[in-house]
Design a protein around this ligand. Structure first.
Ligand SMILES: [Zn+2]
Ligand SMILES: [Zn+2]
Length: 184
């Protein structure tokens, strides 16, 4: 969806629309490592206001994504409820060096050509910004044992029994080696 700036009335423009999974998919990065899926349609409510030197977009995104836990690799529903508050300024995207300075401010500035607002692209960006860097099915997710591959949330680790697997056993082994080295 696109909105032309010259078609936004003085009173502002209000957008209400839904994204289903098919629509959502069109905006996913080609290599999506998280296997995102929209379980419940995304409800988009936006208010676009034209100001003298910028466009102000406010609203909410609501839906439920299916995501993959970084630790146990299981898919689980992730409720998305994101407040949108963006300032669109006419101009070029800043160079990476300048971007670092911009990060100091909390305001969400975006640049555009001043003519057309790419609403879909904006919505997609907001979804990805809303996702935490590390997605976990639960704070206490135990993850997968890197050695035997057991999902530690569901079953005990199969290599737990071999003492060599514990960090204390490893420490013990180092200590023994050090003492025996001293003895000789
Ligand atoms: Zn997990
Ligand atoms: Zn194991």
């Amino acid at each position: 969806m696109r909105v032309r700036v010259d078609e936004i009335p003085e009173s502002g423009r209000f957008l209400h629309f839904h994204w289903d999974d098919t629509r959502f998919r069109q905006h996913l990065p080609a290599a999506d490592p998280f296997e995102f899926k929209l379980i419940r349609p995304l409800n988009v409510d936006l208010e676009i206001q034209k100001r003298s030197d910028h466009i102000h977009i406010q609203g909410t995104l609501r839906g439920t994504l299916q995501v993959i836990c970084h630790r146990c690799l299981k898919a689980f529903p992730w409720p998305l409820e994101e407040t949108v508050d963006i300032f669109l300024v006419e101009g070029e995207e800043p160079q990476p060096s300048e971007e670092i300075e911009l990060e100091a401010s909390d305001l969400d500035y975006e640049f555009f050509d001043g003519v057309i607002i790419e609403i879909d692209q904006l919505v997609a960006e907001q979804i990805f910004l809303a996702l935490p860097v590390k997605i976990l099915c639960s704070e206490n997710c135990l993850g997968i044992c890197p050695r035997c591959g057991a999902d530690l949330n569901e079953e005990p680790c199969r290599c737990e029994k071999s003492a060599a697997g514990s960090p204390f056993a490893a420490l013990e082994a180092i200590k023994t080696r050090l003492t025996s080295a001293k003895d000789h």
